[in-house]
Design a protein around this ligand. Structure first.
Ligand code: 2HA
Ligand code: ZN
Length: 270
């Protein structure tokens, strides 16, 4: 049986995931198998459609993830392309159930795929989101060219400087990214070190740059997670275009940023 047949809410979520995967590819942020996605679908999945696990996949993470014990997720498959996920999410991603105690994920629907190489980061972050009251957590990781370029320049590896530079390029950046951008120092992809460093930054921010690698955003809605990266990418492009016109962009002034923060009732950190 196709697992989606009797799960209308699940189908809608999978369609949204597919749409965003297509955006990532169209934006040129998803070369080859770049990027990965997880979405907590526990509230959308109708357990009466469950017909048994296909297989299990052992995980090896130091963190306790008991907040998501028994939760059900869509995760992209290791080595799978966003452009293929856009066409067919369940042929290029998996439905999994987490077992904290057994240190494994049980595969509900996987077509013999392996979960994303960034599974440790995804599960630790999903556990953090759940603990903070977000039942339908989303973790979106992608490779936006301009933002990665910024992370190759020492001056922009300062979270406050990067945040203020990008906020000042376009008002929407200030409004859509009120907590600014965190920076995670370079660490090998797929490791617990990267996951732990990411978790630390998520205490303060909803969107992070993984130095010389990519961007990760979290939230409760996959479209919003995409929007946040999209607006930051636009801000980065404006900065670079101004520089290529031969000038250092003026940016919104401190007063203009303060005015925006007041108008949109944002925390005033300018
Ligand atoms: O899945 O982007 O970070 C490929 C990656 C790893
Ligand atoms: Zn990546």
């Amino acid at each position: 049986m196709n697992i989606a047949d009797k799960n209308q809410e699940l189908i809608i979520e999978l369609e949204q995931i597919a749409e965003v995967a297509g955006f990532l590819w169209q934006r040129n942020w998803a070369e080859a198998n770049g990027g990965n996605i997880s979405v907590n679908l526990t509230e959308k999945y109708r357990t009466e459609t469950f017909t048994g696990f296909e297989s299990v996949f052992t995980i090896n993470i130091s963190e306790d993830i008991s907040s998501i014990d028994g939760n059900i997720f869509f995760v992209t498959g290791a080595g799978k392309r966003m452009r293929d996920i856009a066409r067919s999410p369940l042929n290029n991603g998996l439905l999994i159930r987490v077992s904290n105690e057994k240190q494994q994920v049980e595969i509900i629907d996987g077509k013999a795929l392996t979960p994303t190489s960034e599974l440790p980061s995804h599960l630790i972050i999903q556990n953090f989101l759940k603990r903070n009251g977000i039942n339908n957590g989303v973790v979106l990781h992608t490779h936006p060219t301009e933002l990665i370029a910024f992370s190759h320049c020492d001056i922009f590896l300062d979270s406050s400087h990067l945040t203020h530079t990008l906020w000042s390029m376009i008002p929407e950046a200030r409004v859509l990214v009120p907590k600014g951008i965190g920076i995670v120092p370079y660490a090998l992809t797929g490791t617990d070190i990267l996951a732990q460093a990411t978790l630390k930054e998520l205490e303060k921010h909803d969107v992070l740059i993984w130095e010389k690698h990519g961007v990760l955003s979290v939230g409760k809605d996959i479209m919003e997670c995409f929007d946040i990266i999209d607006v930051l990418s636009k801000a980065a492009q404006i900065y670079l275009f101004s520089r290529s016109l031969g000038c250092e962009p003026k940016g919104l002034s401190k007063e203009q940023l303060k005015e925006l923060a007041a108008a949109f009732k944002l925390p005033d950190t300018t």
